[in-house]
Design a binder for this molecule. Structure first.
Ligand SMILES: C[S@@+](CC[C@H](N)C(=O)[O-])C[C@H]1O[C@@H](n2cnc3c(N)ncnc32)[C@H](O)[C@@H]1O
Length: 247
C-alpha cells in the first residue's frame, strides 16, 4: 500500500522547493536538449507540485507530458498549476498511481525523475530501468538525479529553505539517520513563525534508498543502459541512454 509521507508537508513544499528549482532548472533543461523540438512524449515520475513539470514543458515546447504524482496533497497543487496555464493544460496529463503501478505510455522520448529516485526500493528501481530500456524511443533518454549523500550516512540538521509570505515566515530543516548500507531515514521539520514567534511546526520522515554513481552504472548495465553526468556535479544529474548496440 502507498503511504503518503507528504500529507503534512504539502503546504510548505512548493514554496520551499521553488528556490532550489531555480538552480536545478538550467541543468534539467540542458539534459533535455533535442527532445520535444518536434512532437515528443515525456514521462515525469514524482512531479510533486509541478515545479519541474513547468521546466520540462518550457525545455520541450512541443512535448506531451505525463506527470506522475501519487500524493493527493501535492497533486492538488500540481493540477492547479497545470490547469491554470493554457499551455500546460493542453499538454500535461496528471497520473495518480505511484510507479510501478502508474499508467504510462508504452513508448516515450524521455523520462524525467528529479529528487524522487530514493523513494523507489531496489526492486522498484530495477523495474524502472526495465521500463526505461524497453520504453525509450530511438534518440531518447532519461534524466535522473542522485541526491547527496549517495552513500548511507547520518546527516546533522541543516536549513533547506526559508521564505516569507505576508507576515509569516516558512522554514524547513532536514537531518538524516543511517538505517543500513542502502537506506536512510530523512527527518524534515517545517516551521511557521510570525514576529519571531513559532506558530506551528510539523515533523515528517521518510525512508530513502541511497544510490551512488558506481552502483547506478552496475544496475543500468544489466538493462543495456549507461549514464553520463550533466551540468553542475553537485546537482547529481545524469542522462541515461541505451547502449549503442540496443538502439
Ligand atoms: C522530494 S519530492 C520531489 C518532487 C519534485 N520532483 C520536485 O523536485 O519538486 C518526491 C516526490 O516523489 C513522489 N513519489 C514517491 N513515491 C513515488 C512513486 N512510487 N512513484 C512516483 N512518485 C513517487 C512523492 O509523492 C513526491 O512528490
Amino acid at each position: 500500500m502507498y503511504l503518503d509521507p507528504y500529507t503534512r508537508s504539502a503546504d510548505h513544499l512548493d514554496l520551499l522547493s521553488a528556490g532550489p528549482w531555480q538552480h536545478m532548472a538550467p541543468t534539467v533543461s540542458a539534459a533535455l536538449a533535442g527532445i520535444g523540438e518536434t512532437e515528443a512524449t515525456i514521462v515525469e515520475l514524482g512531479s510533486g507540485t509541478g515545479l519541474g513539470t513547468g521546466v520540462i514543458a518550457h525545455a520541450a515546447p512541443n512535448a506531451q507530458i505525463v506527470a506522475v504524482e501519487p500524493s493527493g496533497h501535492l497533486r492538488a497543487v500540481l493540477l492547479h498549476r497545470v490547469a491554470s496555464d493554457n499551455d500546460l493544460r493542453s499538454r500535461v496529463t496528471v497520473e495518480n498511481r505511484p510507479f510501478p503501478s502508474s499508467r504510462l505510455p508504452e513508448k516515450f522520448d524521455a523520462l524525467v525523475m528529479i529528487n524522487s529516485l530514493g523513494h523507489l526500493d531496489p526492486d522498484e528501481r530495477s523495474e524502472l530501468w526495465r521500463v526505461v530500456a524497453t520504453g525509450l524511443l530511438p534518440g531518447g533518454h532519461a534524466v535522473i538525479n542522485l541526491q547527496a549523500p549517495t552513500t548511507s550516512s547520518a546527516v546533522p540538521e541543516f536549513e533547506m529553505a526559508r521564505e516569507r509570505v505576508g507576515n509569516r515566515e516558512y522554514h524547513g530543516t532536514a537531518s538524516a539517520e543511517r538505517v543500513d548500507e542502502r537506506t536512510m531515514i530523512w527527518h524534515m521539520t517545517y516551521r511557521t513563525s510570525e514576529d519571531g514567534h513559532e506558530i506551528g511546526a510539523t515533523e515528517v520522515e521518510y525512508r530513502w534508498n541511497v544510490l551512488d554513481a558506481d552502483t547506478l552504472d552496475t544496475e543500468l548495465a544489466r538493462h543495456g543502459l549507461h549514464a553520463g553526468a550533466v551540468g553542475d556535479e553537485q546537482l547529481g544529474v545524469f542522462r541515461v541512454e541505451q547502449d549503442a548496440r540496443r538502439r
